[in-house]
Design a protein around this ligand. Structure first.
Ligand SMILES: NC(=O)c1ccc[n+]([C@@H]2O[C@H](COP(=O)([O-])OP(=O)(O)OC[C@H]3O[C@@H](n4cnc5c(N)ncnc54)[C@H](OP(=O)(O)O)[C@@H]3O)[C@@H](O)[C@H]2O)c1
Length: 272
């Protein structure tokens, strides 16, 4: 797929942040859209803005991807709307931050449901239609966090390690089928990823717009992996592949302590 125009792209987590940027950039390149997230209001507002700016159609499917039944519900809704997806952008994701044992368990479990189970479910269900048609593309948004253990973001990095391994294996399985899958590994990107907590984003973070554009350029070039952020992000993934994993965990733990992640609390409890 070298041309996005007149294709249909489904973007999960499109209500804000990086997903919203993927939606804008895909529409700018001529793709029709299906926008998925929980926040129906934000998705409808975005759909209106995109349709006012571009000659593309936009559908909204509100879904809570932490619900194991949601991938099937999304696919049922696509069928009801008579839509075939050419490009699936599995972008929805979240991550708990802070010391694992002293922070609530629930956000960690939610991240497994959304980042892992829903991503896998959508690849399976939407991918089945692509396989039947002998064409299609899938972009799984992982992270540079996928390449190493990350103390104080332990479960988040583990979910992204799953996305990395899963996508690499599928890339090989799907060779010759007409389907293409790519893992995208953004580094720190200026979104509300940490909102609701006292953690703050790296001030040098990339913009969502540049990350989205670079990801789509890489996919159009036929790449199976994309590092859409600053060059140093990619270099850091090589360091973590070369050093012993215990050493790497020590380094990432140190960096996250320097960012104050060992003392993170929720904003409501921090201000009460
Ligand atoms: N920001 C970074 O530094 C960074 C770096 C590397 C990778 N990433 C990855 O990029 C992706 C997007 O993150 P972001 O930074 O844009 O975060 P964000 O601004 O917090 O946006 C997250 C998106 O995921 C959706 N989402 C969360 N829980 C959901 C659920 N249960 N069901 C359906 N949708 C859900 C949210 O929509 P609703 O709340 O409306 O449901 C929202 O649209 C994630 O996979 C993240 O891991 C981010």
């Amino acid at each position: 797929m070298h041309d996005y125009s007149n294709t249909t792209a489904l973007v999960t987590g499109a209500s804000k942040g990086l997903g919203e940027a993927y939606a804008h950039e895909l529409a700018r390149r001529g793709a029709n859209l299906v926008l998925v997230a929980r926040s129906a209001g934000a998705l409808h507002t975005l759909a209106e803005r995109i349709q006012a700016a571009h000659h593309v159609s936009v559908h909204v499917i509100a879904a809570d991807l932490s619900d194991r039944r949601s991938p099937q519900a999304v696919v049922d809704e696509l069928k009801r709307l008579g839509l075939e997806v050419d490009l699936l952008v599995n972008n929805a994701g979240l991550g708990a931050v802070g010391p694992f044992l002293s922070r609530p368990l629930e956000p960690n479990l939610q991240s497994v449901e959304v980042n892992v189970a829903a991503l896998m479910g959508l690849v399976h269900l939407v991918g089945a239609g692509m396989l039947e048609r002998g064409r299609g593309g899938i972009i799984n948004v992982a992270s540079t966090a996928a390449f190493q253990p990350m103390p104080y973001q332990a479960s988040y990095a583990a979910t992204k390690a799953f996305v990395l391994s899963f996508t690499e294996a599928l890339t090989e399985e799907l060779r010759g089928t007409g389907l293409r899958v790519m893992a995208a590994h953004p580094g720190a990107t200026d979104t509300g990823f940490f909102s609701g907590t006292t953690a703050s984003m790296d001030p040098k973070a990339d913009t969502p717009a540049s990350v989205a554009a670079n990801t789509l350029d890489d996919f159009a070039r036929g790449r199976s992996v994309s590092y859409p952020g600053r060059a140093c992000n990619r270099a850091a993934t090589w360091a973590s592949r070369l050093l012993p994993r215990g050493t790497v965990a020590g380094i990432t733990g140190g960096l996250n302590r320097r960012a104050g992640f060992q003392d993170v609390s929720d904003v409501s409890s921090a201000t009460s």
